[in-house]
Design a protein. Structure first.
Length: 242
């Protein structure tokens, strides 16, 4: 079984599909959690407090990190395999194959943008929240503000109060949209849903999922930018447990 998953092209794609499915489910959860801040900053902070440096949250973070690593390592390996398999034929391509989307031809580049955006996201949020608690600290210094690790609403408002951060994140979300429009249907294709009947349906599902994720994250970033002053003034005195 191990050789099949590491040596076979089908096995590698299966690992990509399983890890991709796991990551899509997490992204949907993360998006849903973020949307809470638009309705109740206190409720959002309670979720952040619940997902702090607790054993279950740390275990979940470790599993998530492993899932990201596996997905992108296998993506890189499959890209190299495909490159080698095409050989000199790759130079003979002058037109795009029918039905092949731009995203499917640039998944590695899109994946690298997604990883870079993830790194920025970890610096902006995870390093100021869960990591602070792991290190035994009670507050993080973010600009002129001293922020509790559980005060995610304040941290989000401070981060998105800067227009360039909003632009960076929107570019990240756009790359994620392109990545998912191909990745979601490809995930199902790998497990056998590849006939003419299911292909258009899966493409439609992929587009819907990707669009919901893009809009869910984007609306939070833009709303925090537009309401940064009121969000900051409301949450700057918030303390955990309130």
């Amino acid at each position: 079984m191990g050789c099949f998953l590491t040596n076979s092209s089908v096995g590698k794609k299966l690992v990509m599909s399983i890890s991709g499915c796991f990551l899509v489910l997490f992204i949907l959860f993360h998006m849903s959690m973020n949307l809470t801040v638009l309705f109740s900053r206190e409720a959002y902070n309670m979720i952040c407090e619940f997902l702090g440096a607790n054993w279950y949250a740390l275990a979940g973070t470790a599993v998530l990190a492993a899932g990201v690593a596996v997905h992108f390592i296998y993506a890189f390996i499959l890209t190299i395999d495909n490159y080698r398999a095409r050989g000199k034929q790759r130079y003979a391509v002058t037109v795009q194959e029918k039905g092949v989307s731009w995203a499917s031809k640039n998944m590695l580049v899109l994946g690298l943008i997604v990883v870079l955006g993830l790194a920025i996201h970890l610096i902006h949020f995870w390093s100021k929240m869960q990591l602070v608690e792991v290190l035994g600290e009670h507050f993080a210094q973010v600009g002129e503000y001293t922020v509790s690790p559980a005060n995610g609403a304040l941290l989000m408002a401070i981060t998105f109060s800067k227009w360039y951060n909003v632009v960076i994140y929107l570019v990240w979300f756009a790359a994620l949209w392109f990545h998912l429009t191909h990745g979601v249907w490809s995930m199902f294709q790998t497990v056998g849903f590849a006939n003419d009947t299911w292909y258009p349906r899966l493409k439609c599902v992929a587009n819907i999922v990707a669009t919901l994720i893009f809009l869910g994250f984007a609306v939070v970033a833009v709303a925090c930018y537009l309401n940064a002053d009121s969000y900051i003034s409301e949450m700057v005195t918030w303390t955990p447990g309130m």
